[in-house]
Write a protein that binds this ligand. Structure first.
Ligand code: NAG
Ligand code: NAG
Length: 426
């Protein structure tokens, strides 16, 4: 059993208020590193090999397409087992090349493209605990409201970290721990349906963007509003959370904005941290097909082209998690929650993402909380709280955030690339 340490707090030097960690920024500015070009146009599902196991996160897209298969009868197997040529071999290559490629790829194939924030003007006013946020872009304005609840003692000279949530959380435990809680009504940003109303769609109607991305944008504009009006909150220590579909959104929020210090998705399922492959491990699974037919609006239309071909996806849930590194991510699952495949998240997604976090030297920034109970139980928020306190305050915890609970050992066959000669850690 590994004991949690607090060392990572010091190692996460953040270069600027953009939230981009210094080592990531340095790698991206390093001209001596050249990246494999991102394929253009983007490959279709037919151009990717069918992979039964989780795709190798270290393999750039250019080397994953069947264009590389000529004359090789073992191409698909080589890709799956980490034997394909062109893998990332250094940490700098990961941060400069592969991480940005993954974030682009996920927008192309799943989330839809996040709006260009540099073209937005954000205005915010505060009245008591309510922040009114107005975002203007392209001559249109979208408006919504957020609320903040401050822990006692928070002040401009002693600002508190904050967790922004949608759908509600266990406020008291966080407030008692000195953490502010913010919330916005996600349906006023984008409804959970095909209807294109709300602040996000007031600006971006007609764009092929999933609702999860719209909600992620709501988290980020809430943070903007907090930064502008709530000096009692420290905008450089920020968590995002939600459960179920709102957990999928919290994950997108953490992925798409490096200002998010700790991403806290709960019971998130597919399009969150439930793997598309192995979706049935808990016996009753949300999968690509039923999520796309039941709530197609969560993602973009491109994801629909992979329906009945999910093994051709060049990524899976572990890829999303890995792309958040070196920032913190804690994944909560209820062991009584079969529909979102808690087992697959625990023994397939988590160890695969952990392989990347470990290789980057930030293994203790990825936590798993498997608790008893069902879907969206409020106990999930207290289960991850010590991890969040560790991130925000450096508070040590003895709670084991590597335990898969009763699910047991990692499913090694799901990630054969972890046993291939590991890339050289920089
Ligand atoms: C807060 O606002 C200031 C002033 O616009 C900006 O420089 C800073 O980057 C913002 N911080 C965050 C965390 O958004
Ligand atoms: C840039 O990357 C090269 C190759 O990985 C490495 O040897 C060098 O130290 C890096 N330079 C800086 C300034 O980080």
């Amino acid at each position: 059993m590994k004991k949690a340490t607090t060392t990572f707090l010091l190692s996460t030097l953040v270069a600027t208020a953009t939230g981009i960690p210094l080592e990531v920024l340095q790698a991206r500015q390093n001209a001596s590193i050249s990246c494999a070009p991102v394929p253009s146009p983007w490959p279709t599902w037919q151009q990717f090999p069918a992979q039964k196991s989780l795709p190798d996160p270290f393999l750039p897209l250019k080397y994953m397409t069947t264009d590389n298969a000529a004359g090789s009868s073992t191409f698909a197997n080589d890709v799956m087992s980490g034997k394909a040529k062109g893998r990332i071999t250094t940490k700098e290559e990961w941060y400069k090349c592969r991480q940005p490629e993954i974030i682009q790829m996920l927008q192309e194939y799943q989330f839809g493209y996040y709006p260009d924030h540099s073209q937005e003007k954000v205005e915010a006013t505060r009245s008591g605990n309510t922040i009114n946020i107005a975002v203007t872009a392209g001559g249109k304005t979208g408006r919504f409201r957020a609320t903040v609840t401050l822990p006692s003692g928070a002040s401009a000279s002693k600002p508190a970290p904050v967790v922004i949530n949608i759908g509600g959380m266990q406020n008291a435990a966080y407030l008692n721990a000195g953490i502010a809680v913010a919330q916005f009504d996600y349906t006023s940003v984008a409804p959970d349906s095909n209807s294109k109303t709300g602040a996000f769609w007031d600006l971006y109607k007609g764009k092929d963007v999933g609702t999860l991305t719209a909600w992620a944008w709501g988290f980020h504009r809430t943070l903007d509003g907090i930064n502008m009006t709530a000096k009692e909150i420290d905008p450089t220590r920020v968590g995002v959370t939600g459960c179920s579909r709102l957990g999928k959104a919290a994950l997108a929020a953490g992925l798409l904005d490096p200002r998010i210090t700790v991403t806290m998705p709960m019971s998130s399922g597919v399009q969150g941290l439930g793997p598309y492959r192995y979706a049935g491990l808990s016996g009753q699974g949300e999968n690509l097909e039923n999520s796309k037919s039941g709530a197609g609006w969560w993602s973009n239309s491109k994801l629909g082209t992979f329906v009945n071909h999910h093994e051709n996806l060049p990524f899976d849930a572990h890829t999303i998690a890995a792309a958040i590194a070196p920032r913190a991510l804690v994944v909560d699952q209820g062991s009584g929650d079969q529909f979102v495949d808690s087992k697959g998240t625990s023994i397939v997604m988590y160890p695969a993402a952990k392989a990347v976090y470990d290789w980057l030297g930030v293994g203790d920034k990825l936590g798993l909380s498997v608790r008893s109970g069902g879907h969206c139980d409020m106990s999930g928020f207290t289960s991850v709280l010590p991890f969040v306190q560790k991130v925000f305050f450096g508070t040590a915890t003895t709670k084991d955030y590597t335990s898969t609970g009763n699910y047991g050992a990692a499913m090694a066959t799901a990630m054969p690339w972890t046993t291939a000669a590991p890339p050289r850690a920089a």
